[in-house]
Design a protein around this ligand. Sequence first.
Ligand SMILES: Cc1cc2nc3c(=O)[nH]c(=O)nc-3n(C[C@H](O)[C@H](O)[C@H](O)COP(=O)(O)O)c2cc1C
Length: 375
Amino acid sequence: MSQDLSILFEPFQLKGLVLKNRFVMPAMTRARTPAPGTPTELNALYYAQRAGAGLVIAEGTNPVPGGSGFPGVPAIFTPGHVDGWRRVASAVHGAGGKLFVQLWHGGRISSAAWQPDGRPPLGASAVKAENALFVTPDGQRGQPDVPREATQAEIDWLVEGFAKAARNAIDAGCDGVEIHGANGYLVHQFFSDRANVRTDGYGGAPRNRIRFAVEIAEAIAAEVGPEHTAIRISPLAAYQDAPVSDPSDVYPLLLAELDRLDIAYVHCVEGEPSGINTGQGAPEREFDFPAARRLFRGAWIANNGYDPERAARTIAAGDADLVSFGRPFISNPDYPARVRLGAPLNPIDNSTAYAGQAERGYTDYPALETEPAVA
Ligand SMILES: Cc1cc2nc3c(=O)[nH]c(=O)nc-3n(C[C@H](O)[C@H](O)[C@H](O)COP(=O)(O)O)c2cc1C
């Protein structure tokens, strides 16, 4: 390991939790949890294999029924789900890691066929996502339906559902939850002036568009404590047709509210998810990530296309406390150990990223041999 990477191996105090290093595994949907979304022994093994990260964030997980638009996604709203998550939390803790679960409602990136009541999915407004990445329940790529604009009663139900899901995660032994407020899904749809054309207190002015996210964060913090509450945002992402045309108005307001709530961390995707991170937005939608980081006093996780050198520089500059590495953790269960040793990395097999035959491309990526064979 070259000297300048040593900062990545320093522990970090995340509220009451000591993370052993600055590597975070971000939420990544792997589509390997069969219906009804109860995590399996295989899922537990996959996450335990990756417990060398200071923090593991489990993949997008539905907090309420009807939040999905992809097959194989876990959920966390029934006692059975909680038993499954207990298995994952205990495996990750047994391997020396810490675990947050990402709470993901897809909103309008769904269809009536995914809904328990067969009605159109919920959205901020009845605006269809164009050119969305969406998968039907029988595994075909398709186009999502025109959503229904969530009523006030439905918004209240969703907020309560997120808080109950957080309670379930803590009851299962997880260390906290991350609200999926990024990448064009439900919470982000409220931020977006394309997906959200409401005229009530949840639409229009930036202060209104952040209201849903703030209510969820408040409800979770009240239920399980702010130290177990976190959020992911992607200020420049236009993914799933939900750009925010005025990110420099919306996100500083949101960060001020999150700062007031004193939640554990903000996880920030810079640019388009899984895209090339130049550190710059489209010229018409500038966003100053280092300045945003300074609006929030809790921990900051940077993400998107980082390599260890850039991660170390970013942390040393005070622009993040932790950095998440997505694709490297898919194919390298022991990614931090490889970085420490300067060992070669396993290449990722993109064809098995979102599904495949269970173990293949999931739990069968090799770790380094830790013990030399005895002659
Ligand atoms: C297979 C796959 C699944 C993903 N699923 C999620 C998800 O469930 N929630 C989320 O917030 N981001 C998801 N992402 C985005 C990653 O968390 C991360 O932001 C992205 O891979 C960029 O980081 P990287 O360059 O280090 O890979 C996914 C990415 C990949 C490759």
